[in-house]
Design a protein. Structure first.
Length: 534
């Protein structure tokens, strides 16, 4: 099998799906390859809400399923029984975590983690892109937020952003299409917090509210053009090269019959998710690129990072007295499949956190009246460090012939301090909650787990970033500002592996905006006939 397409997209999660939309709508013939299943429509009928609590059956399933290496992740059983096809099983594609255990959420279905994400989607600002808090010019993004503001707006429109403008400037330039509000209990907590000087910056969470289904709205648009061919259950092992050392295709392996083929295209889009895209590049070896294409700077796989993540789940009951008005709170009609409303608390001001802390953290969550659950997440900024990296053991391959990933990941003292402060602030919120007269404590299960650890759980936010950082030269980065590989500029990376540094915001809106920007840029270059010139 050898057929040439205009472009090949590797991975059809949210980011690859945006690339598919952009490329097909511009008239290109596109082949998209995903290692995962195509989930049936029936999966999405009467779907329990994503934040549903695990039942005993869920817990039992997740213990048997061995999706992750680490037993601790079984507390997330809520994702597993319903989504058993969604995740890559550990025993099929094992990896090794060194230093910290890295909780790597690897998807294995068309649509990827886009099927389960919370959709909290704040914009980045120039503060994050300038990365001044990192005090090193190396981590600065080679672009300004003004270059993606228009794209943010388009995404927010297509994926229907719900939320509310406020008077503190948070996410105020966003394009809110639906009005969301805090629910009655969230509103009470907010009012109580106003009395405290910390954490009073309590906002309605900006959430994309499109309907769930096998295909996201952007993938549906791409399919409608009839320019997109999808191959699923097929792994891309590596990229292939032309005689003049440019990438000209991909090597694929069918997961069922193990047959291998080469497929060619002028443009290759990598959107397999951060660590997976790095793996494909590192496994693309030629005489000219003995350490893998994209690795001439020796930075491929280096500077991986995550959010400093702290979370808490509380199950509560209502005391009978005075609880009726709270229990009668109506569903939010705009958020599909959930009654959760959701809040986003901006980082506390410097004077309310320890002076020596570098970087910021936000807190977000929801109080689900229907499920009687209070969920909190805090995401803190982590330093990108060269020694935090993914390497590959070429003497140890999985059954599809891919080298075993080895993840080296360690938090520094600043990140541990941040995590302590995140816990401290979360505890303050929880205490306010417990003092509400109608709330009866039931269980607070994740508290015990995270506190025993005394450190953040690496990878648990599912916001892994870096490994193929963008920059200004082929010495300080793997790709340029448009996601083009310095080593072979017809390869474009469209996922968060290109982030040079993090913010305190959730990452996916920004990674999708970059996927759109990078796709539009390569389309323009192709149309000008200058594909190999950077
Ligand atoms: C429970 C949960 C909640 C989250 N909530 C939020 C949130 O509220 N806000 C937010 O911003 N982010 C959130 N995230 C993170 C968000 O889901 C991810 O950032 C985003 O979905 C990543 O998209 P992606 O397309 O880069 O990767 P993925 O969704 O992982 O997709 C990658 C695709 O590539 C395929 N693939 C991988 N390797 C290969 C290969 N070698 N060959 C072929 N195909 C391959 C996979 O099958 C998959 O379909 C959440 C994540 C989780 C798990």
């Amino acid at each position: 099998m050898s057929k040439e397409h205009d472009a090949i997209i590797v991975g059809l999660g949210l980011n690859g799906s945006w690339a598919a939309k952009e490329l097909t709508e511009s008239g290109l013939n596109v082949l998209a390859i995903d290692q995962g299943y195509l989930l049936e429509k029936s999966y999405f009928k009467n779907l329990p809400i994503a934040s549903d609590s695990p039942t005993m059956k869920d817990k039992f399933f997740s213990l048997k399923s061995k999706i992750f290496l680490n037993e601790k992740q079984h507390k997330n059983a809520l994702l597993f029984r319903r989504w058993k096809k969604l995740w890559q099983k550990f025993y099929i594609d094992p990896f090794i975590s060194k230093i910290e255990n890295f909780e790597w959420y690897r998807s294995n279905a068309i649509g990827g983690r886009g099927h389960v994400w919370g959709r909290v989607s704040p914009r980045f600002t120039n503060r994050e892109l300038e990365a001044k808090w990192l005090k090193k010019v190396d981590y600065k993004w080679p672009l300004k937020v003004e270059e993606i503001n228009k794209i943010y707006k388009e995404i927010e429109k297509i994926l229907i952003l719900g939320g509310q403008k406020n008077n503190n400037g948070f996410n105020n330039s966003a394009n809110y299409l639906r009005k969301r509000s805090l629910n009655i209990i969230e509103e009470e907590i907010k009012n109580k917090l106003v009395k405290h000087s910390y954490l009073n910056n309590f906002n309605v969470s900006p959430i994309l509210e499109y309907e769930p289904g096998p295909f996201s709205p952007m993938l549906e648009s791409a399919v409608k053009t009839k320019k997109l061919k999808i191959i699923n259950n097929t792994i891309v092992k590596n990229l292939e090269f032309s005689k003049d050392n440019f990438v000209n295709g991909v090597k694929i392996i069918n997961k069922k019959n193990f047959k291998e083929h080469t497929l060619n295209a002028k443009i290759i889009i990598l959107a397999a998710s951060p660590l997976q895209s790095v793996r494909i590049l590192r496994n693309s070896i030629s005489e000219f690129f003995p350490r893998g294409v994209g690795n001439s700077s020796n930075l491929l796989g280096k500077y991986i990072f995550d959010h400093v993540h702290c979370f808490r789940d509380i199950k509560f009951n209502f005391r009978k007295k005075n609880s009726i008005k709270y229990q009668n709170e109506i569903f939010n009609p705009f958020k599909p499949n959930t009654d959760s409303h959701g809040f986003f608390i901006l980082p506390p001001k410097k004077k309310y956190v320890k002076k020596n802390l570098n970087g910021k953290f936000s807190i977000q969550g929801y109080i689900s009246i229907n499920q009687k659950k209070f969920h909190l997440d805090s995401f803190g900024e982590m330093f990108p460090r060269k020694e935090n990296r993914i390497e590959f053991d070429f003497n140890n391959k999985n059954k599809f012939g891919l080298p075993k990933p080895v993840i080296y990941f360690k938090y520094n003292d600043n990140e541990k301090l941040m995590w302590d402060l995140q816990n401290e602030h979360i505890n303050k919120l929880v205490n306010i909650f417990y003092k509400l007269p109608y709330v009866k404590k039931k269980s607070d299960f994740n508290k015990i787990l995270t506190h025993k650890e005394k450190k953040p759980l690496a990878g648990s936010s599912s916001h892994e970033m870096g490994g193929a950082r963008m920059g200004t030269t082929n010495k300080n980065s793997v790709v340029n500002k448009d996601g083009r590989l310095w080593d072979s500029p017809n390869v474009i990376i469209c996922d968060a592996s290109i982030f040079p540094s993090a913010g305190y915001q959730n990452i996916t809106l920004t990674s999708m905006a970059l996927a759109v920007k990078n796709s539009r840029n390569i389309i323009k270059i192709k149309k000008n006939g200058k594909l190999t010139i950077i």
